[in-house]
Design a protein around this ligand. Structure first.
Ligand SMILES: Cc1ncc(COP(=O)(O)O)c(C=O)c1O
Length: 426
């Protein structure tokens, strides 16, 4: 079995003198020793390069979807590189503000924003609110009444559902009619929402927004959505049209995805073909951060079940990467001590949680000499891993390290067992 495909590793991955994985010139085995495992290691220059690609194409209308991976250092990095940030909850909003991102560079999403979240967003002056429902309009009206004459109508976009079925997992497809997100075009709800926004004194309508789904490889899905969006939005003559994120990334051998630049060109061409004159915005998340990171684990147990399979258990699992359990997502794996090593042994890589479904790599290929104590690496774990993590079984969340030019900096420390008790009051 061949070594792990090099293309799945961060931009600045290299092989050390003993065959071990270096990222940003830093030895991952030393990182595992210094910070412990599980550990998220992000290639900072890779992150910055992907941000620049998005800004290059769409200027300050390129927005990073922070749900993919968010901590203060990431928010700051995206802002420094010229991206706005999309937040989908009060917590994401709070984190970006704590990082020093100006509120005016934030776009507030969410299909069920609470009154408190909206009050917070209005109070700090977020750049855009993406209105998702008529109930949200009611809440914005209530907040405008609460503020009285001091109320400043926020700039809003309307999230519409264009009726496009993107080819991806049903849990991350969002543009088809049967969706909890947005105002549906085919039912007339989207037109009614435009009418309501136009007469409302609580909001200032500046544009239309759609997001068809995540982990989408087929660029014709984006082109089809933009065609529908153009037909809906062109007659409205609004200045902005945001086409969301969703660009897929390769996770395993044999997968290939367009680059951000290629995706941007497809969007720009589809927009021109659809006669769209509004300023186009994008919201990539996964394509900025996924391939920038790897997760390091330590192998703790190897169980050979003759005639059945081999289980390799590591010190993390569904609490640091729920994607395999949620979506059946595939990952590659290899040993950090031997990046280019052949992987001849079949195994299932599982976590330490009290659940049989707790798996990280269903059908893994690992080197034949994999042993307890080895540092196992899963690439392409930078998106929807740390951010979707949990404390299931009271497992502490792993730290995050950014590496660059031979240096490592800890940006999120490991949770402690006392952190787990911080909110218990009884
Ligand atoms: C509204 C919106 N924009 C952008 C994104 C980012 O998607 P991706 O990480 O696939 O680029 C999402 C993801 O769910 C989203 O809901």
């Amino acid at each position: 079995m061949i070594p792990v495909p090099w293309s799945l590793l961060p931009d600045n991955a290299s092989v050390g003198s003993a065959g071990q994985l270096l990222i940003g010139g830093v030895d991952t085995l030393e990182l595992a020793r210094e910070f412990g495992t599980p550990l998220f290691v992000y290639d900072e220059d890779h992150l910055r390069a992907r941000c620049r690609e998005a800004v290059e194409a769409f200027g300050d209308h390129a927005v990073y979807a922070s749900k993919a991976f968010l901590c203060k250092a990431m928010a700051r990095l995206a802002h420094e590189e010229g991206l706005g940030l999309d937040v989908a909850t009060g917590g994401e909003l709070h984190t970006c503000l704590a990082a020093g991102v100006p509120a005016g560079r934030l776009v507030f999403h969410g299909n069920n924003k609470s009154l408190d979240e909206l009050r917070y967003a209005l109070g700090v002056g977020v750049g855009r609110i993406v209105v998702d429902s008529f109930d949200e309009f009611d809440r914005l009206d209530a907040l405008a009444a609460e503020a009285g004459p001091a109320h400043q109508a926020p700039d809003v976009l309307l999230r519409i559902t264009p009726g496009i079925k993107a080819e991806t997992h049903e849990f991350i497809a969002t543009g088809h009619d049967d969706s909890k997100f947005g105002f549906t075009v085919s039912t007339g709800a989207a037109t009614a929402a435009v009418e309501r926004a136009r007469v409302s004194r609580s909001v200032n309508l500046v544009g239309i927004h759609a997001h068809i789904g995540s982990q989408v490889f087929r660029v014709d899905s984006f082109a089809a959505a933009i065609d529908v969006l153009g037909r809906f939005a062109n007659p409205l003559d609004l200045p902005e049209l945001v086409v969301g994120g969703g660009l897929g990334v390769a996770y395993v051998e044999g997968e290939e995805a367009p680059t951000i630049t290629q995706w941007s060109r497809i969007i720009a061409k589809a927009a021109a073909d659809a006669g769209i004159s509004a300023r186009i915005g994008i919201e990539p998340g996964r394509s900025i951060v996924a391939a920038a990171a790897v997760t390091l684990y330590t192998v703790g147990t190897i169980k050979d079940l003759p005639g059945i399979r081999t289980y390799v258990a590591v010190d993390g699992g569904m609490s640091d990467n729920p994607r395999p359990v949620l979506y059946g997502s595939g990952y590659e794996t290899f040993l950090a001590r031997s990046v280019t090593g052949e992987r001849h042994r079949s195994a299932r890589v599982v976590g330490k949680h009290c659940e049989s479904g707790d798996l990280l790599v269903r059908d893994a290929k690992i080197p034949a000499d994999t042993a307890v104590g080895d540092v196992l690496c899963t690439p392409v774990t930078g998106a929807y891993g740390h951010s979707m993590g949990s404390n299931y079984n009271k497992v502490t969340r792993p730290p995050v390290v950014f590496v660059r030019n031979g240096d490592a900096r800890l940006v999120v420390r490991r949770e402690t067992w006392d952190d787990l008790l911080a909110t218990d009051v009884g």
